[in-house]
Design a protein around this ligand. Structure first.
Ligand code: ADP
Ligand code: MG
Length: 246
């Protein structure tokens, strides 16, 4: 890939989120240092997606703070924040009736105010980065799931973010398509983008993450280097979780 990477640290402090009487995040503290990768693992319903959504304020926390590069952005313009914090979803969220190229140029034009040619130039470069330069004129449905997810990644990267969030980015893919997407994510980690990755891919977490956070019932129950978490889990809840997934 050709873009110079700039990245930022991101930190959540004492984040609380409730939906009605359901307390989904119960005081979460988590920091990803600049250029590092943290993987978040944990059972379904433990609050992983809600946590990730708090980082680009798709979910506004009830209380707590969010810092980018050490500066609070909890009160800032959410649209500006989302230019700095890209997100990739399980189900790609591409515009189905638009071409692959348009999927990348439209947000560049509407959010960054680029003209058509500038946007197309960036879009083509990012598509080339993810190995899909030849797919620009197609609709997403003409691509495999893995290719569609790589388009979604290219779209997020085109905004030139400081931090990228991945929410189970490979969970909807056929098994043979998972590796291409994980390899791409590992490449971003290697280039020094700051990544916060919710994943069920324990092999990826072990080999790529600088730190792994285990969430259960709205809290980070255990946090540490992958070897420590996977080989020497301390809490019974993590031990039980790992015995089910490994
Ligand atoms: P995970 O990603 O770990 O599976 P989520 O963050 O998606 O967990 O969800 C945590 C809990 O919050 C679940 O019980 C879920 O049903 C609930 N939840 C998530 N979003 C909402 C919402 N918008 N309204 C009500 N409940 C929600
Ligand atoms: Mg989830």
């Amino acid at each position: 890939m050709t873009t110079a990477i700039h990245s930022a640290s991101v930190e959540l402090r004492d984040i609380h989120v409730s939906f009605g009487t359901l307390e989904v995040l119960r005081g979460v503290d988590l920091k990803v240092e600049q250029g590092k990768t943290t993987c978040v693992i944990g059972p379904s319903g433990s609050g992983k997606s809600t946590l990730l959504r708090c980082v680009n304020r798709l979910q506004e926390p009830d209380s707590g703070d969010l810092l980018l590069d050490g500066e609070s952005v909890i009160q800032s313009d959410p649209d500006k924040l989302r230019q700095r914090v890209g997100m990739v979803f399980q189900h790609f969220n591409l515009f189905g009736h638009r071409t692959v190229l348009d999927n990348i140029t439209l947000p560049l034009r509407s959010v960054k105010g680029l003209d058509k040619e500038e946007a197309a130039e960036i879009a083509r470069a990012r598509l080339a980065d993810v190995g899909l330069a030849d797919k620009a004129p197609y609709r997403p449905a003409a691509l495999s799931g893995g290719q569609q997810q790589r388009v979604a990644i290219a779209r997020a990267l085109a905004m030139d973010p400081d931090v990228m969030l991945f929410d189970e980015a490979t969970s909807a893919l056929d098994p043979e398509l998972v590796k291409g997407v994980l390899d791409l994510m590992a490449g971003l980690a290697e280039r020094g983008l700051t990544l916060l990755v919710v994943t069920h891919e324990m092999g990826f977490a072990r080999s790529v993450a600088d730190e792994v956070a285990f969430m259960d019932r709205g809290k980070v129950v255990e946090l540490g280097k992958p070897e420590a978490l996977f080989d020497d889990p301390q809490s019974p809840r993590l031990q039980r979780f790992l015995s089910q997934v490994l």
